[in-house]
Design a protein around this ligand. Structure first.
Ligand SMILES: *Cc1c(COP(=O)(O)O)cnc(C)c1O
Length: 361
């Protein structure tokens, strides 16, 4: 085995070693086809199994059924920011957005280019360090949908209690925490996530959409940007990112083999607690930037007493084979990303490093 180091990058992020190993074994000759997955026709039987397999595993892990359609699309989660209002924001309606960070704001900005858009709650007043009380939001008249961002990758906050939107369709960008915890996914009419944080490599975005929500999409938009097209063609309208979808299927199988979301969540809680404990124990040295009731289990954002110490922290961590800990360029500091594929062992190693770094400073 070649050497692997601990990767705390926010995305593209660490992948399970077992998945990489399987991909390596199958790389040259996929399932006896004599071809690499990258060389398979997307119309082949082998690829059909990969794509259908990934879609059905995703629904299974989310405990959803055939009421939902799974799409694998290109263009990243950022293209979903635009596709969502193009499909579901007709002229006579208003879309509602909760503004909890940079990605949420970008989603709303795309929507306002398409139609009437209202920010119904925001935490911008405090540099996005908390999740606003979502039980109190009032939605506009004739509301097309309510859009949430479940985990704010850059600011280290996460929604722990989702609002009840009644009859208003609920849409959620789960790019950075999809499949990290067990949730009632049937609350949502549409969920989307770029794969590169929690379920695979960059290049593909998963969209899970309730079929009767889908049936309300407008059809006066470009064919390629219509959800209906991709649902009807089973994500084969054009050439899909075949290799990325293959990797997603391996990651989903890995999650299932580990016992599904309840088991994954248990490990994620243990990981998260290990790091937040340090923050709570030494708040003058490791200052968590997120308000404690809004803390993310996936991205933990921390400031040290000085930028000099932060630089030193990053350098010494990297010397100890722990990389990707630099905060987003817009906020600085340290960011610890603990996606599903980061092991408890890797997290403990980082925690041990943090303890000894504090003591020697
Ligand atoms: C990373 C991220 C995005 C952007 O994803 P792309 O695939 O790069 O377009 C959107 N939303 C959230 C919450 C993210 O973390």
């Amino acid at each position: 085995m070649s050497k692997r180091i601990y990767n705390f990058n926010a995305g593209p992020a660490t992948l399970p070693s077992e998945v990489l190993e399987t991909a390596r074994q199958e790389f040259f000759d996929y399932a006896g086809s004599g071809l690499s997955v990258m060389e398979l026709s997307h119309r082949s039987k082998q690829y059909d199994e990969i794509s259908e397999g990934a879609a059905s595993l995703l629904l299974e892990l989310m405990s959803l059924d055939d009421e939902y359609s799974v799409l694998f699309l290109g263009g990243g989660a950022s293209t979903q920011f635009a596709m969502l209002p193009m499909n579901f924001l007709p002229e006579n309606k208003t879309a509602a957005y909760v503004d909890t960070g940079a990605w949420a704001a970008k989603a709303a900005a795309e929507s306002s280019r398409i139609g009437a858009t209202e920010i119904v709650a925001s935490s911008k007043d405090k540099s996005y360090n908390y999740i606003p009380d979502l039980s109190e939001i009032s939605l506009p008249q004739n509301c097309a949908y309510l859009h949430l961002t479940s985990n704010n990758t850059i600011f280290g906050t996460q929604i722990h209690k989702f609002p009840d939107s009644g009859k208003i369709p609920l849409v959620c960008d789960m790019s950075s925490d999809i499949l990290s915890r067990s949730l009632d996914f049937s609350k949502f009419d549409m969920i989307y996530a770029g794969a590169q944080k929690n379920i695979g490599p960059a290049g593909v975005t998963a969209v899970v959409i309730r079929r009767n929500f889908l049936s309300r999409a407008v059809d006066s938009i470009p064919i390629m940007l219509s959800y209906m097209t991709h649902s009807e063609k089973k994500s084969l309208y054009n050439t899909p990112p075949v290799f990325a979808i293959y990797m997603v299927r391996l990651v989903l199988q890995w999650i299932k083999d580990r016992g599904g979301l309840l088991e994954i969540e248990k490990t994620n809680v243990a990981k998260r607690e290990r790091i937040y404990q340090l923050i709570d124990l030494h708040p003058d040295f490791y200052r968590g930037t997120a308000r404690s009731d809004s803390r993310s289990g996936m991205n933990i954002t921390i400031r040290l007493p000085s930028e000099g110490l932060e630089q030193q922290f990053l350098k010494e961590a990297s010397d100890a084979d722990m990389v990707g800990l630099k905060g987003h360029r817009s906020v600085g500091g340290i960011r610890v990303s603990l996606y599903n594929a980061m092991s408890l062992e890797g997290t403990e190693r980082l925690a041990d490093f943090m303890e000894s770094f504090r003591k020697t400073c």
